[in-house]
Design a protein around this ligand. Structure first.
Ligand code: PAF
Length: 284
Protein backbone atom coordinates (compact mmCIF):
# COMPACT_ATOMS: atom_id res chain seq x y z
CA UNK A 1 0.00 0.00 0.00
CA UNK A 2 1.27 3.43 -0.95
CA UNK A 3 0.99 6.41 1.40
CA UNK A 4 0.48 9.71 -0.44
CA UNK A 5 0.53 13.09 1.27
CA UNK A 6 0.13 15.67 -1.48
CA UNK A 7 -2.98 16.48 -3.55
CA UNK A 8 -0.83 16.74 -6.70
CA UNK A 9 0.63 13.23 -6.40
CA UNK A 10 -2.77 11.79 -5.47
CA UNK A 11 -4.55 13.37 -8.42
CA UNK A 12 -1.82 12.33 -10.89
CA UNK A 13 -2.00 8.69 -9.78
CA UNK A 14 -5.83 8.59 -9.85
CA UNK A 15 -5.71 10.11 -13.33
CA UNK A 16 -3.42 7.33 -14.63
CA UNK A 17 -5.76 4.69 -13.18
CA UNK A 18 -8.72 6.29 -14.92
CA UNK A 19 -6.83 6.44 -18.22
CA UNK A 20 -6.13 2.71 -17.78
CA UNK A 21 -9.89 2.12 -17.49
CA UNK A 22 -9.80 1.16 -13.79
CA UNK A 23 -12.72 1.86 -11.43
CA UNK A 24 -11.50 4.05 -8.60
CA UNK A 25 -13.12 3.95 -5.15
CA UNK A 26 -12.74 6.40 -2.28
CA UNK A 27 -13.42 5.85 1.42
CA UNK A 28 -13.16 9.25 3.13
CA UNK A 29 -12.22 9.05 6.84
CA UNK A 30 -10.75 11.00 9.71
CA UNK A 31 -8.76 7.96 10.83
CA UNK A 32 -8.54 5.97 14.08
CA UNK A 33 -9.94 3.05 12.18
CA UNK A 34 -12.42 0.64 13.75
CA UNK A 35 -14.44 -2.20 12.30
CA UNK A 36 -16.91 0.31 10.81
CA UNK A 37 -14.18 1.92 8.68
CA UNK A 38 -12.76 -1.49 7.75
CA UNK A 39 -16.18 -2.60 6.52
CA UNK A 40 -16.30 0.48 4.24
CA UNK A 41 -12.86 -0.45 2.87
CA UNK A 42 -14.01 -4.03 2.24
CA UNK A 43 -17.09 -2.76 0.43
CA UNK A 44 -14.94 -0.49 -1.76
CA UNK A 45 -12.49 -3.38 -2.38
CA UNK A 46 -15.40 -5.56 -3.51
CA UNK A 47 -16.82 -3.12 -6.07
CA UNK A 48 -13.82 -1.15 -7.39
CA UNK A 49 -10.39 -1.88 -8.90
CA UNK A 50 -8.40 0.68 -6.90
CA UNK A 51 -9.23 1.69 -3.35
CA UNK A 52 -8.12 5.01 -1.90
CA UNK A 53 -8.72 5.65 1.79
CA UNK A 54 -8.33 9.29 2.75
CA UNK A 55 -7.29 10.10 6.29
CA UNK A 56 -7.65 13.74 7.19
CA UNK A 57 -8.84 15.19 10.49
CA UNK A 58 -10.59 18.13 8.92
CA UNK A 59 -10.28 21.26 11.10
CA UNK A 60 -12.99 23.01 9.07
CA UNK A 61 -15.74 20.72 10.38
CA UNK A 62 -14.93 21.19 14.08
CA UNK A 63 -16.39 24.07 16.09
CA UNK A 64 -14.15 26.17 18.37
CA UNK A 65 -15.22 24.24 21.49
CA UNK A 66 -15.16 20.79 19.88
CA UNK A 67 -12.65 17.94 20.20
CA UNK A 68 -10.27 18.65 17.25
CA UNK A 69 -7.12 18.75 19.40
CA UNK A 70 -7.99 15.52 21.21
CA UNK A 71 -9.32 13.65 18.17
CA UNK A 72 -7.55 10.24 18.24
CA UNK A 73 -4.77 10.04 15.66
CA UNK A 74 -2.11 7.40 14.94
CA UNK A 75 -1.01 7.20 11.31
CA UNK A 76 1.14 4.10 11.77
CA UNK A 77 -1.69 2.18 13.47
CA UNK A 78 -4.11 3.17 10.70
CA UNK A 79 -1.57 2.44 7.97
CA UNK A 80 -1.25 -1.19 9.15
CA UNK A 81 -5.03 -1.63 9.38
CA UNK A 82 -5.66 -0.23 5.89
CA UNK A 83 -2.80 -2.29 4.47
CA UNK A 84 -4.38 -5.45 5.91
CA UNK A 85 -7.56 -4.61 3.95
CA UNK A 86 -5.58 -4.48 0.66
CA UNK A 87 -6.18 -0.76 0.25
CA UNK A 88 -4.10 0.63 -2.64
CA UNK A 89 -3.46 4.13 -1.32
CA UNK A 90 -3.73 5.72 2.09
CA UNK A 91 -4.08 9.40 1.23
CA UNK A 92 -3.10 11.48 4.27
CA UNK A 93 -2.56 15.11 3.31
CA UNK A 94 -1.64 17.60 5.99
CA UNK A 95 -3.75 20.63 6.84
CA UNK A 96 -1.47 23.09 5.05
CA UNK A 97 -1.78 21.10 1.81
CA UNK A 98 -5.59 21.00 2.13
CA UNK A 99 -6.06 24.57 3.28
CA UNK A 100 -3.18 26.76 2.14
CA UNK A 101 -3.24 30.30 3.63
CA UNK A 102 -4.88 31.72 0.51
CA UNK A 103 -7.82 29.24 0.69
CA UNK A 104 -11.14 31.11 0.34
CA UNK A 105 -13.90 28.72 -0.77
CA UNK A 106 -16.60 26.79 1.04
CA UNK A 107 -19.42 24.56 -0.18
CA UNK A 108 -22.79 25.05 1.50
CA UNK A 109 -25.80 22.79 1.04
CA UNK A 110 -28.91 24.77 2.00
CA UNK A 111 -31.79 23.44 4.07
CA UNK A 112 -30.58 19.93 4.83
CA UNK A 113 -27.75 21.30 6.97
CA UNK A 114 -29.72 23.61 9.25
CA UNK A 115 -31.43 21.10 11.59
CA UNK A 116 -30.34 18.03 13.57
CA UNK A 117 -26.51 18.00 13.88
CA UNK A 118 -26.39 21.27 11.90
CA UNK A 119 -28.42 22.98 14.64
CA UNK A 120 -26.02 21.82 17.36
CA UNK A 121 -22.85 22.23 15.31
CA UNK A 122 -23.10 25.45 13.26
CA UNK A 123 -20.78 25.38 10.24
CA UNK A 124 -20.03 21.69 10.65
CA UNK A 125 -21.58 20.59 7.37
CA UNK A 126 -19.91 23.38 5.39
CA UNK A 127 -16.63 21.91 6.63
CA UNK A 128 -17.72 18.43 5.60
CA UNK A 129 -18.97 19.34 2.13
CA UNK A 130 -15.97 21.54 1.41
CA UNK A 131 -13.45 18.87 2.33
CA UNK A 132 -15.40 16.09 0.60
CA UNK A 133 -15.62 18.17 -2.60
CA UNK A 134 -11.85 18.69 -2.41
CA UNK A 135 -11.22 14.99 -1.74
CA UNK A 136 -13.38 14.10 -4.76
CA UNK A 137 -11.31 16.41 -6.96
CA UNK A 138 -8.03 15.11 -5.56
CA UNK A 139 -8.83 11.40 -5.78
CA UNK A 140 -11.13 11.37 -8.85
CA UNK A 141 -13.23 8.41 -7.72
CA UNK A 142 -16.01 6.74 -9.69
CA UNK A 143 -17.52 5.49 -6.40
CA UNK A 144 -17.31 6.80 -2.83
CA UNK A 145 -18.39 4.77 0.21
CA UNK A 146 -19.71 6.47 3.37
CA UNK A 147 -21.04 5.02 6.61
CA UNK A 148 -24.75 5.36 7.35
CA UNK A 149 -24.03 6.20 11.00
CA UNK A 150 -23.52 9.82 9.95
CA UNK A 151 -26.96 9.77 8.44
CA UNK A 152 -27.40 13.50 7.89
CA UNK A 153 -23.89 13.75 6.45
CA UNK A 154 -24.75 11.09 3.88
CA UNK A 155 -27.97 12.90 2.86
CA UNK A 156 -26.06 16.20 2.57
CA UNK A 157 -23.29 14.64 0.47
CA UNK A 158 -25.79 12.96 -1.85
CA UNK A 159 -27.47 16.36 -2.33
CA UNK A 160 -24.13 18.07 -3.04
CA UNK A 161 -23.20 15.38 -5.58
CA UNK A 162 -26.54 15.85 -7.37
CA UNK A 163 -26.40 19.64 -7.26
CA UNK A 164 -22.78 20.01 -8.37
CA UNK A 165 -22.92 17.17 -10.94
CA UNK A 166 -20.04 15.18 -9.49
CA UNK A 167 -19.87 12.05 -11.69
CA UNK A 168 -19.56 9.87 -8.59
CA UNK A 169 -21.80 7.12 -7.25
CA UNK A 170 -22.35 7.46 -3.51
CA UNK A 171 -22.76 4.21 -1.61
CA UNK A 172 -24.11 4.21 1.94
CA UNK A 173 -22.88 1.32 4.07
CA UNK A 174 -24.78 0.02 7.15
CA UNK A 175 -23.76 0.87 10.70
CA UNK A 176 -21.43 -1.64 12.32
CA UNK A 177 -22.26 -2.29 15.97
CA UNK A 178 -20.40 -3.71 18.95
CA UNK A 179 -21.92 -6.91 20.34
CA UNK A 180 -23.54 -4.68 22.98
CA UNK A 181 -25.38 -2.78 20.23
CA UNK A 182 -23.24 0.38 20.51
CA UNK A 183 -22.71 1.91 17.06
CA UNK A 184 -18.97 1.90 16.30
CA UNK A 185 -17.38 5.34 16.36
CA UNK A 186 -13.88 6.74 16.85
CA UNK A 187 -15.39 8.82 19.67
CA UNK A 188 -16.25 5.64 21.62
CA UNK A 189 -12.60 5.65 22.77
CA UNK A 190 -13.50 8.60 25.03
CA UNK A 191 -16.11 6.54 26.91
CA UNK A 192 -15.21 5.46 30.44
CA UNK A 193 -16.39 2.15 31.90
CA UNK A 194 -19.02 3.88 34.03
CA UNK A 195 -20.44 5.70 30.97
CA UNK A 196 -21.08 2.56 28.94
CA UNK A 197 -24.66 1.95 30.17
CA UNK A 198 -25.59 5.52 29.31
CA UNK A 199 -24.02 5.14 25.85
CA UNK A 200 -25.97 1.94 25.27
CA UNK A 201 -29.26 3.76 25.86
CA UNK A 202 -29.09 5.00 22.24
CA UNK A 203 -29.15 1.56 20.63
CA UNK A 204 -31.53 0.22 23.31
CA UNK A 205 -34.01 3.01 22.64
CA UNK A 206 -33.77 2.34 18.89
CA UNK A 207 -34.52 -1.36 19.46
CA UNK A 208 -37.50 -0.35 21.62
CA UNK A 209 -38.80 2.04 18.94
CA UNK A 210 -38.58 -0.67 16.29
CA UNK A 211 -40.40 -3.09 18.57
CA UNK A 212 -43.18 -0.52 19.16
CA UNK A 213 -43.67 -0.03 15.43
CA UNK A 214 -43.74 -3.77 14.86
CA UNK A 215 -46.22 -4.48 17.67
CA UNK A 216 -48.60 -1.53 17.43
CA UNK A 217 -50.66 -0.97 14.35
CA UNK A 218 -50.89 2.76 14.83
CA UNK A 219 -48.31 4.68 16.74
CA UNK A 220 -47.40 8.27 16.04
CA UNK A 221 -43.86 9.62 15.69
CA UNK A 222 -44.51 11.78 18.78
CA UNK A 223 -45.39 8.74 20.90
CA UNK A 224 -42.27 6.91 19.74
CA UNK A 225 -40.03 9.92 20.40
CA UNK A 226 -41.46 10.27 23.90
CA UNK A 227 -40.64 6.65 24.75
CA UNK A 228 -37.16 6.97 23.23
CA UNK A 229 -36.47 10.11 25.27
CA UNK A 230 -37.74 8.32 28.40
CA UNK A 231 -35.27 5.44 27.93
CA UNK A 232 -32.32 7.78 27.32
CA UNK A 233 -33.15 10.14 30.18
CA UNK A 234 -33.23 7.27 32.68
CA UNK A 235 -29.48 7.88 32.66
CA UNK A 236 -28.51 11.08 34.44
CA UNK A 237 -25.26 11.17 32.41
CA UNK A 238 -27.27 11.69 29.18
CA UNK A 239 -28.37 15.01 27.72
CA UNK A 240 -30.39 14.81 24.50
CA UNK A 241 -29.35 17.05 21.60
CA UNK A 242 -32.16 15.68 19.47
CA UNK A 243 -34.50 12.73 19.00
CA UNK A 244 -36.31 13.01 15.66
CA UNK A 245 -38.10 10.86 13.13
CA UNK A 246 -37.33 12.20 9.67
CA UNK A 247 -37.79 11.35 6.02
CA UNK A 248 -34.53 9.83 4.83
CA UNK A 249 -34.08 12.15 1.83
CA UNK A 250 -35.64 15.47 2.84
CA UNK A 251 -34.72 15.14 6.55
CA UNK A 252 -38.10 16.75 7.32
CA UNK A 253 -40.03 15.49 10.39
CA UNK A 254 -42.44 12.66 9.56
CA UNK A 255 -46.11 12.95 10.48
CA UNK A 256 -46.47 9.20 10.30
CA UNK A 257 -44.06 6.30 10.28
CA UNK A 258 -43.36 4.79 6.85
CA UNK A 259 -40.60 2.73 5.27
CA UNK A 260 -38.83 6.03 4.50
CA UNK A 261 -38.77 7.16 8.14
CA UNK A 262 -35.55 7.17 10.11
CA UNK A 263 -35.19 7.63 13.86
CA UNK A 264 -32.13 9.84 14.42
CA UNK A 265 -30.53 10.53 17.79
CA UNK A 266 -27.75 12.70 19.18
CA UNK A 267 -26.94 12.45 22.87
CA UNK A 268 -24.16 13.95 24.96
CA UNK A 269 -22.69 11.74 27.65
CA UNK A 270 -21.50 13.76 30.65
CA UNK A 271 -21.37 16.88 28.45
CA UNK A 272 -18.14 15.46 26.93
CA UNK A 273 -18.92 12.83 24.35
CA UNK A 274 -21.48 13.43 21.64
CA UNK A 275 -22.83 10.16 20.24
CA UNK A 276 -25.15 9.76 17.26
CA UNK A 277 -27.13 6.78 16.07
CA UNK A 278 -30.02 6.08 13.71
CA UNK A 279 -32.22 3.39 12.27
CA UNK A 280 -35.14 2.93 9.96
CA UNK A 281 -38.25 1.91 11.91
CA UNK A 282 -39.61 -0.60 9.40
CA UNK A 283 -37.58 -3.34 7.72
CA UNK A 284 -33.79 -3.64 7.99
O1 PAF B 1 -17.34 11.00 8.34
C1 PAF B 1 -16.19 11.46 8.45
O2 PAF B 1 -15.27 10.80 8.97
C2 PAF B 1 -15.91 12.87 7.96
O3 PAF B 1 -16.96 13.72 8.21
C3 PAF B 1 -15.48 12.92 6.48
C4 PAF B 1 -16.61 12.46 5.56
C5 PAF B 1 -14.26 12.05 6.26
C6 PAF B 1 -15.13 14.36 6.08
O4 PAF B 1 -14.09 14.85 6.85
Amino acid sequence: MKVITTPQEMQALAQTWRVDGLIVGLVPTMGWFHEGHLSLMRKAREITDKVIVSLFVNPMQFGPTEDLDNYPHDLERDRKLADAESVDVLYAPDASAMYPVEFKTSVHVHGLTSGLCGGDRPGHFDGVTTVVAKLFNQTLPHIAVFGEKDFQQLAVIRQMVRDLDFPIEIIGHPIVREESGLAMSSRNTYLKENEMEAALSLSKSIAHARMLVEKKETISPDQIKEEVRGIILQHSQCAIDYVEIVDQTSLQSCEQVTGESVLVLAVKINQRIRLIDNSTLIGN
